[in-house]
Write a protein that binds this ligand. Structure first.
Ligand code: DGP
Length: 112
């Protein structure tokens, strides 16, 4: 997707503080962190949102969760962390390349 900022981060044409990269996913620090640790984990292939997922994408979604767990351990989030995937405008999705927010490092409020 030519105008997708996360595609540009994945292909290296836009800068980011990348903390993990493999053949399936890239993880980088959020530009506007909402917690001491705020990392975005994205599939390297453009997927618009959770609503665009197909059965064949189950493996990559599982891989995103495993990478999230590994990054949480690297960030010393042993007291806990939160994984969020905003889907659609009413949920607050602003970048339409599916991503997992990994948040931690402070007490997080109950969701509401
Ligand atoms: P969401 O609102 O769930 O779609 O989350 C999008 C997040 O992406 C938001 O927390 C800010 C972050 N973000 C937007 N543009 C950039 C960027 O160019 N670089 C980085 N590192 N993060 C970005």
């Amino acid at each position: 997707m030519g105008d997708c900022i996360f595609c540009k981060i994945v292909d290296g044409s836009a800068p980011a503080d990348i903390v993990h990269r493999d053949e399936r996913v890239t993880a980088f620090r959020d530009l506007h962190p909402a917690a001491p640790t705020h990392i975005l984990i994205v599939p390297n292939r453009h997927i618009h949102s959770v609503n665009a997922l197909e059965t064949a994408d189950a493996e990559i979604v599982g891989h995103m969760l495993v990478i999230a767990k590994e990054l949480a351990a690297k960030e010393n989030l042993s007291d806990g962390f939160r994984l969020v995937t905003n889907t659609g405008p009413q949920a607050g999705q602003t970048v339409f390349h599916m991503h997992l927010h990994l948040l931690g490092g402070r007490q997080l409020r109950a969701m509401g």
